[in-house]
Design a protein around this ligand. Sequence first.
Ligand SMILES: NC(=O)c1ccc[n+]([C@@H]2O[C@H](COP(=O)([O-])OP(=O)(O)OC[C@H]3O[C@@H](n4cnc5c(N)ncnc54)[C@H](OP(=O)(O)O)[C@@H]3O)[C@@H](O)[C@H]2O)c1
Length: 221
Amino acid sequence: MVTTLITGSSRGIGFGLVTEALKAGHKVFAVARNTASLKKLKDEFPDRLLPIELDISQPGGVEKLAGEIAKHGTLDILVNNAGMMTQGESAKDLADSFWVNATVPFLLTKALLPVLKKSSSPRVAQISTMMSSIADNTSGGYYAYRSSKSALNMLTKSLTIDHPTVSFALIHPGWVKTDMGGENAPTEIADSVRGIFKVISAMSLKTSGQFVNFKGDALPW
Ligand SMILES: NC(=O)c1ccc[n+]([C@@H]2O[C@H](COP(=O)([O-])OP(=O)(O)OC[C@H]3O[C@@H](n4cnc5c(N)ncnc54)[C@H](OP(=O)(O)O)[C@@H]3O)[C@@H](O)[C@H]2O)c1
C-alpha cells in the first residue's frame, strides 16, 4: 500500500489531497495544527487515515514528526503543502514566510529522506506557486510570498541533485478557490487536487526536479 504524508491537511488544497489519496487507496498521514476537520474522513477511512495533530512550524515540530513516521517504517510520498501568504513587507513578514514556505518544508524533507529512501518509489511533491517564477514576474509585489517560494524551488533543485534516488517535483496548484486563493479564483479545489494527484502519480526519477502546474505543463523558472 502506498503511504503518503500531507502537511497543511486541515483545509483547502491539503484537505483535498488527503481525500484524493484516500480514494486512491493510500495510507495517509494527515498532518495539521488542528485535526478536527478530518474527523468525518477518519470515520469513513478509519484504518488508512492517520491524523497527526502537530504544528510543524514550531521549534522541534519537524523532529517530532520525523520520529513518529520513522516508527511506521516506510514513506512513499511526502507532500509539503502547508504554506502562508502575506502582502506584508516587514522583516517579520519575510522571516515568517521564509520559515513556513521554505525552511520547514526543506527541514522536513531532509528529516524524512531516510524513511523515504526505504520506498521503492520515493517522491517529494512541494506545493510551490507560479508566483515563485522569476521569469514570469511581471506584476511585482508579494515580496515575502514570492521570494520564499522561489527559495523553496532552489532548495528543492539542490535536493534533486544531491538525492538522485528520490523523485522531486515543484507543483503549482493553479489559482484555487481556498481561504488563500479567495472567492474569485477560477479553479475549484477538486480540479486542482485531481491534477496534482495525477502529476504525483506520474512522478519518476526521470521527471525529478520538474517545475510544473497541476495540469503537468512545465513552468518557467
Ligand atoms: N490557493 C491558491 O490559489 C494557491 C496558489 C498557488 C499556490 N498555493 C499553495 O498551495 C498550498 C495550500 O494553499 P491553500 O490555498 O490550500 O491555503 P489555505 O486554504 O490557506 O490552507 C493553508 C494550509 O497551510 C496550513 N498552514 C498555514 N500556515 C501554517 C503554519 N505556520 N504552520 C503549519 N501549517 C500552516 C494551514 O493550517 P491551519 O488550518 O492550521 O491554519 C492550512 O492547512 C500553499 O503552500 C500555497 O502557497 C495556493
